[in-house]
Write a protein that binds this ligand. Structure first.
Ligand SMILES: C[S@@+](CC[C@H](N)C(=O)[O-])C[C@H]1O[C@@H](n2cnc3c(N)ncnc32)[C@H](O)[C@@H]1O
Length: 351
């Protein structure tokens, strides 16, 4: 397995693959070795760096891009597994990416049941890097875990291991520069892009619970000719949304108001129509009475039934949303699992 190893939001690998296919013109493979949240771009080794640069500067659905050194499976989930990882990594050509002037650091991740930690994985891969570079290039590379000039990524998922040289750095691409206001429940922009695609790439969207305006901003970053409107009930978030819109340099309209009383509170929107509503409502996971959220979903569904043809939304409260939407004449067309902020959530599309 050779090429570029891209990470994305688990559950949206198909959306990411589509973007990568368009951006690179290469064949792509979703979930290599069955690992979620990963897409491999198959490209010749000599094109890898240029394509990585392009993905880092243009992609809206990728978190990180690494030059894939290889993938393998381990037989043991205990200490012996660590030795298998170290031995397998000795076959990877780290010396092509680490010079004598560089420092390197391993960024490990681990998912599943093991008798070792991700720190142990980092140490095993680090040992292999040192041994391999000493053997092949004749010097001992220096480790720097705080600010390495070369970052090696090692993902262990169950008994599968993927190893690559990171080209993105420690700041993931989904940590967008426009987030000058950090909403406490901000949506991962990659999921925002997924919702927009699943809504059918609409020409006009409204986000009735826009928070810091991630969805209207992402809508315009992927297509500046769209119309994108956000509504937010609370003044502090409304003001934050406007700051983010300004920082993003896009033309989103943001209104202050309660979206369940949209036409009274935002009269400017009375005669407007939108192709789709795209939003992530509050989930009610941190409040004493989550039923408030169930009522909110009903209120939103009622207003949206007069305003849009398509709704794409994301929530862990799947049944409440489906009931509210069906009660107001929408039909569920598509649903899928996704992972957001450590939570299992449902992406739901209605028309
Ligand atoms: C999960 S957050 C949205 C986060 C947003 N997508 C972002 O990335 O910043 C939900 C937002 O809905 C707002 N909200 C709750 N009830 C509302 C209502 N009735 N009308 C408009 N906004 C509402 C909350 O204040 C909160 O900012």
């Amino acid at each position: 397995m050779k090429g570029l190893l891209c990470t994305t939001a688990p559950g949206l690998e198909d959306i990411c693959s589509e973007e990568l296919r368009e951006l690179t013109g290469c064949k792509v493979r979703e979930r290599p070795l069955g690992v979620r949240g990963r897409v491999v771009v198959r490209c010749p080794e000599e094109e890898a760096l240029d394509l990585a640069r392009k993905i880092n500067s243009e992609s809206l659905t990728v978190h990180r891009v690494a030059i894939l050194l290889g993938g393998f499976e381990i037989e043991h989930r205990d200490e012996r597994g660590l030795d298998e990882i170290r031995k397998a990594c000795l076959d990877f050509p780290f010396e092509r990416y680490i010079t004598e002037q560089d420092t390197f650091g391993v960024r490990p991740s681990r998912l599943g049941e093991h008798d070792f930690t991700s720190v142990d994985v980092g140490a095993a891969v680090g040992d292999a890097v040192i041994e391999r570079v000493k053997r092949e290039a004749g010097f001992r590379p220096e480790v720097n875990l705080d600010a390495p000039s070369v970052i090696i990524r090692a993902d262990v998922v169950g008994d599968r291991v993927l190893v690559g040289v990171c080209t993105t750095g420690d700041r993931s691409l989904h940590q967008r520069g426009y987030r000058v206001y950090d909403h406490p429940a901000a949506l991962n922009p990659v999921i925002a892009q997924g919702l927009l695609k699943l809504a059918g790439d609409p020409d006009s969207i409204i986000d009735p619970t826009c928070g810091g305006a991630t969805i209207p901003i992402e809508a315009l970053l992927s297509d500046p000719d769209r119309e994108a409107v956000g509504v937010e009930k609370f003044k502090s978030h409304y003001e934050g949304a406007r700051l983010n819109v300004l920082a993003a340099g896009v033309d989103a309209e943001i209104y202050l108001g309660d979206a369940t009383r949209l036409f009274d509170e935002v009269p400017e929107l009375r005669d407007r129509e939108f192709e789709a509503a795209v939003f992530n409502p509050p989930y009610g996971l941190k409040i004493a009475n989550p039923r408030v959220v169930e009522r909110l979903y009903y209120g939103l569904a009622r207003v949206l039934s007069d305003l849009v043809d398509v709704v794409a939304t994301v929530t862990p409260r799947r049944d409440w949303m489906v009931e509210a939407m069906e009660e107001h004449g929408f039909q569920l067309d598509h649903e899928r699992w996704a992972r957001h902020g450590g939570l299992d959530v449902r992406i739901l599309v209605f028309s």
